[in-house]
Design a protein around this ligand. Structure first.
Ligand SMILES: *Cc1c(COP(=O)(O)O)cnc(C)c1O
Length: 381
């Protein structure tokens, strides 16, 4: 190296041969991997080397995928650049041009957009029906239906999917099932153990949990995940290594965070029920032994108090996302559900008085006091 000139040294000087093993998986912030010789390169294609090019695979992405697969109790997982791209590659692992999907009508707005407006352009049609009615699901199934798609706990009104019923219907008709498990998290529900084929997450939410990453993941059986992974690679939906590293760090505290989230959310739901100014509290009664989720959605009594309610939230911020360690609120009608047709919104009850609260891990007495006070203040003005 000593004989090289300045500009060559700046590029090639490196001590990239550590003898010690790092306690934490290091960040492989690299777009590609290097090979000793052509035989070493060929070894990649023989399956003896793990990595070639980061869009295809990277140790950080693998690390994160394995963690999610383990927590979901699924054999395999693939991580992607966002929750939506995870849904995209998961769906494309299950259906192709000419196929049909039956999905619940109370979907996350972005998922609705993908299924109703984007995939239709590629010849994949979706019928949206009321999944609380098994007969409605059966009726919507067509000869070319391949997939039933739902969310374990829906956004923002927190309907809890009857997964056993859904997988039974799928079996009757030889269909695949896919569940968005973002709101429940594997801490609360593990749909793979109930026979769901594909489990998808916006890891942007609880899986990472700190609001500093956009990422997604699909978990399932080896064969379907291999297909989803091929889609991820070919459509370029890969996650960046640093984001995967952050998400792997975030997921380590999933259990601890969820315990506190669940306890706090239950306390908040209880404290808001029956309060003057609050018409309705949406909070599920039984999701699993571990708890009922960390989102509490409320419908305020009248539209005239909504603006003041949002102004009275003190240390709670208005954020069009959820699942961070800090408590935040969002306004579904104005953000996540903008693309859902007004008729569907009205039928579901997502109106201009609906506020979604993502309950954080702060002290529950402070959270309950803040919201009670915000409702009280909104009534006074
Ligand atoms: C946020 C969210 C998504 C989309 O995830 P992104 O990471 O924003 O792409 C999908 N499903 C649910 C339930 C979500 O809350």
């Amino acid at each position: 190296m000593d004989s090289l000139h300045f500009d060559t040294k700046t590029v090639h000087t490196s001590a990239n041969k550590p003898k010690s093993v790092s306690k934490i998986t290091p960040i492989y912030q690299t777009s590609a991997f290097a090979f000793k010789d052509l035989d070493d390169l060929e070894d990649y294609f023989r399956g003896k080397n793990d990595y070639l090019y980061t869009r295809m695979n990277n140790p950080n992405n693998n690390d994160f995928a394995e963690r999610v697969a383990a927590l979901e109790g699924a054999p395999a997982a693939v991580v992607t650049s966002s929750g939506i791209s995870a849904i995209l590659v998961g769906v494309l692992a299950a259906v192709k041009n000419g196929d049909h999907i039956v999905a619940c009508e109370d979907l996350y707005g972005g998922t609705y957009q993908l299924l109703a407006h984007e995939l239709t352009e590629f010849g994949i049609d979706t019928s949206f029906v009321d999944f609380s009615d098994p007969e409605a699901i059966r009726k919507a199934i067509q000869p070319n239906t391949k997939l039933l798609y739902s969310e374990s706990v829906t956004n923002p009104l927190l309907r809890v999917e009857n997964i056993a019923e859904l997988t039974a219907i799928a079996k009757e008709h030889s269909l695949l099932t896919m569940i968005d498990n973002t709101f429940a998290t594997p801490y609360v529900l593990q749909p793979y153990s109930s026979g769901v084929d594909l489990i998808v997450h916006s890891a942007t939410k609880y899986i990472n949990g700190h609001g500093d990453v956009t990422a997604g993941v699909v978990a399932g059986g080896e064969e379907l995940i291999a297909k989803a992974k091929a889609k991820m690679i070919h459509l370029g939906c890969n996650l960046g290594p640093f984001d995967a590293w952050l998400a792997s760090r975030g997921i380590k505290t999933l259990g601890l965070r969820m315990q506190r989230h669940l306890e706090n959310a239950q306390a908040l739901a209880d404290s808001l029920r029956g309060l003057e100014g609050v018409k309705k509290v949406y909070y599920p009664e039984f999701v699993s032994e571990r708890g009922n989720g960390a989102i509490v959605t409320i419908e305020l009594a009248e539209n005239s108090i909504v603006e003041q309610f949002f102004k009275s939230l003190s240390w709670v911020k208005i954020v069009p996302s959820l699942a961070g360690v800090e408590t935040t609120v969002s306004y579904p009608l104005g953000t996540s559900h903008r693309s859902v047709p007004p008729k569907t919104l009205e039928k579901l009850g997502i109106n201009q008085n609906v506020v979604r609260i993502s309950v954080g891990i702060e002290e529950k007495r402070d959270i309950c006091a803040l919201f009670k006070n915000a409702v009280k203040e909104s009534l006074r003005k």
